[in-house]
Design a protein around this ligand. Structure first.
Ligand code: CP3
Length: 342
């Protein structure tokens, strides 16, 4: 079994597997060249281009997994949401979801009809990538935050206001998004994805109490709904130190940890039944290698003996030198083997 999948299932491995969130994208000159000719949504909607963007970091960096090149908002368009991705800004939604009727207007995703290009990209990649392909989707809270705010936001106050003021509509929104995300992830697995990651990037905005009331049941349904597929399920968010135990309770096989909580402490919080993914601060990769190396080594030293996938605590920053990422992959593979992960 490839070491990335083995580590996700807390099985012994020959060395620590490593990949990077946002490993594809603007840190790579070959991606910037692709973007000169194509819009980001065009790349996402053209299987050959999406596959090319997915494979660029696999070739250059030697990572242990490929993450499908797409965006969390891609499946929202066939659900009737008018959106664009504005460079330097992020996803922008024309008509934000602010009332019950807006929630009711969101259509369920039928993956074969709504996102056939994504499934075709995954099918092609599964046959050619040479490493496991990670499928992914946005989690209900994080998708809702874009839908309600209408775009990126600092403190997600409109989202939370809607959640607190109209709990019935909120739960309906979570249910709709959750059902579609489950269908989307299942379709990616059927197309050949070997693992799935649910990105709940902004859920760290919530307290444990609110996470448990407003989010956990819906995320739990997604992980339950994937259980029969026998692929590792990863749950990731930023600023989730106080939520790690709750996130583990939602039922993933792996919890992604940002850089704010050391992995040994994260392990205490999640308990031993999940693997951990993380957690180098992406900003460290902007520093000289002499600064990066001891910090990466320290992460490996604090990681659980089985069940660690090395990653950053959030996505690669666009200004990152890919040479640093390449050296990180080599370092993790070398040190992980010395540490006797197997
Ligand atoms: O290599 C990979 O990780 C695969 C590609 C990927 C993209 N988006 C491509 C992309 C993945 C996994 C995503 C997920 C995504 N999109 C998340 C969850 C992960 C996270 O970072 O927390 C979120 C919150 C989004 C929403 C989004 N889309 C943001 C915040 C941005 C950045 C805006 C900017 O320009 O700085 C995007 C746009 C986007 N998605 C880019 C890429 C490569 C950059 C824009 C471009 O190429 O024009």
């Amino acid at each position: 079994m490839p070491r990335f999948l083995a580590a996700c299932m807390r099985q012994p491995v020959d060395t620590t597997p490593v990949w990077f969130m946002r490993q594809a994208g603007r840190s790579l000159p070959e991606y910037r060249a692709l973007r000169e000719r194509h819009g980001i949504l065009d790349i996402c909607r053209t299987p050959e281009l999406a596959a090319e963007a997915t494979l660029q970091p696999v070739r250059r960096l030697g990572v242990d997994a490929a993450i499908l090149f797409s965006d969390i908002v891609v499946p929202l368009a066939p659900m009737g949401v008018d959106l664009e991705i504005v460079p330097g800004v992020g996803p922008v939604i024309q008509s934000p979801v602010r009332a019950r009727r807006d929630v009711d207007a969101i259509k369920p995703l039928i993956p074969d009809e709504g996102v056939p290009y994504v499934l075709e990209a995954v099918r092609g990649l599964a046959a050619t990538a040479g490493v496991p392909v990670i499928g992914f989707g946005g989690a209900p809270f994080t998708l809702a935050s874009y839908l309600v705010e209408g775009g990126p936001s600092k403190n997600h106050s409109r989202t939370k206001a809607f959640m607190y003021a109209e709990p019935a509509s909120w739960h309906r929104l979570m249910e709709r998004l959750g059902e579609s995300v489950l269908a989307y992830l299942r379709a990616q697995v059927a197309a050949g994805a070997a693992a799935v990651q649910l990105f709940d990037s902004w859920v760290g905005e919530l307290s444990s109490e609110d996470f448990r009331s407003y989010v956990l049941p819906w995320v739990g349904r997604i992980f339950d709904g994937l259980a029969d597929l026998d692929v590792p399920r990863i749950y990731f968010g930023v600023g989730t130190g106080e939520l790690l135990a709750d996130m583990a309770e939602a039922g993933p096989d792996v919890v992604g940890v940002d850089w704010r909580v050391p992995l040994d402490e994260a392990h205490r919080r999640t308990g031993p039944r999940v693997a951990l993914q993380g957690n180098l601060d992406p900003a460290l990769c902007l520093a000289p290698w002499e600064v990066v190396e001891p910090r990466a080594t320290a992460i490996l030293a604090g990681a659980p003996t089985t069940g660690h996938i090395f990653n950053l605590g959030h996505g690669v920053l666009p200004e990152t030198d890919p040479g640093i990422l390449r050296r990180l992959v080599e370092l993790v593979h070398m040190r992980g083997a010395e540490d006797g992960r197997g």
